[in-house]
Design a protein around this ligand. Sequence first.
Ligand code: FES
Length: 112
Amino acid sequence: MSDWLDVAPEEEFGIGQARLVHADGLDIAVFNLNGNYYALEDRCTHEDAPLLGCGLPVEDLMEGDQIICPRHGAHFCIRTGAALTPPAYEDMTCFPVRVENGMVQTRDDRWD
Ligand code: FES
């Protein structure tokens, strides 16, 4: 089983914020939606564009519980990774999140 990766201390990871972490060549975007954390691969399933990694402020990429691809505008559900609008039709990969001793953590569980 892969190791848990530290994302940020919970006290520094406020509602509406997001963080990007790197794991084995993979970028994982972690979001705080109303106090609940969600992690998704930071890669649009349309043409592989980075989402959080594009450099825009997260406020410009989030709309409620959705993340919007900056390249062609596909919407994805942050909670489930579901592709909600064209031109993306394939869901994003989700990863587990936990809070351990005040630290938000995620894990690449693709090969477990
Ligand atoms: S690369 Fe994301 S919508 Fe096209």
